[in-house]
Design a protein around this ligand. Structure first.
Ligand code: IPE
Ligand code: IPE
Ligand code: MG
Length: 224
């Protein structure tokens, strides 16, 4: 199954502790490692997509955006071993053309070194916005003079390009009940869970509980 997480609440976690927001992002990155390792070793989960930076997050103060870019670069460098040890394929959705050459190079190295792994595909959404993704897909269809069909639009989404299926389970942390431009097309029939836990406090134990709950839900897809 495809598990998708909107990792929210890093800033509030830090604020509550009297720390700078950037400390929340650092702690949040550690949780990404725990959750990824858990998913890699869980036979039911094949895809884990994580909302890391939205097309709207450029609105944040420059120092925070710069910090997030640096954190991502360091994280990919440091955690390459985690991908290799756990046999995790790394993929990206979103438009990373705006990122620095250095960061894009790091992203491509990580993708290249992990592309043969099949235990789990971890998908980071980077400069990702669902409206942007759909617009890019439709533009491409028009440029190639292809027919506008549901199938064709789907085929040109970032997810489909990287063989990532629709979402089965979507979780958002931090108590916000919204999707903030994440995978709008791909969550058409996803089951959703919203938890008040701030992302830096999210644990594999809570994830296990949510998955148990998810398995009890009846998915109907419009049928009876
Ligand atoms: C989510 O945490 C991480 C990113 C968007 C990069 P936030 O930074 O949005 O944390 P809050 O919502 O301000 O607490
Ligand atoms: C969504 O969180 C984006 C990520 C988790 C990367 P935000 O914190 O940016 O969303 P809003 O602004 O509260 O909707
Ligand atoms: Mg937030």
């Amino acid at each position: 199954m495809h598990l998708s997480i909107i990792m929210d609440g890093n800033g509030r976690w830090a604020k509550a502790k009297g720390l700078n927001r950037t400390e929340g992002h650092k702690k949040g990155a550690e949780v990404v490692k725990d959750i990824t390792t858990f998913c890699a070793n869980n036979d039911k989960i094949n895809y884990l997509s994580l909302y890391a930076f939205s097309t709207e997050n450029w609105k944040r103060p420059k120092y925070e955006v710069d910090f997030l870019m640096k954190l991502l670069d360091n994280w990919l460098k440091k955690e390459l071993d985690t991908y290799l040890e756990n046999e995790v394929r790394f993929e990206v959705i979103g438009d990373i053309s705006k990122f620095s050459d250095k960061l894009r190079k790091r992203i491509n190295i990580t993708k290249e070194k992990t592309k043969h792994f099949t235990k789990l595909t971890q998908v980071l959404a980077l400069n990702y916005g669902s409206k942007d993704e759909i617009t890019r897909a439709v533009k491409k269809l028009c440029n190639e003079k292809k027919e506008i069909t549901e199938e064709n639009i789907n085929r040109y989404l970032d997810t489909s390009i990287h063989n990532i299926p629709d979402v089965d389970l979507l979780i958002r942390t931090s108590g916000e009940i919204r999707v903030s431009n994440f995978l709008l097309w791909q969550i058409a029939y996803a089951e959703m869970f919203f938890t008040n836990t701030l992302w830096p406090n999210f644990t594999t134990k809570e994830l296990e509980e949510i998955i148990k709950n998810f398995e009890k839900r009846e998915r109907r897809y419009g049928g009876i």
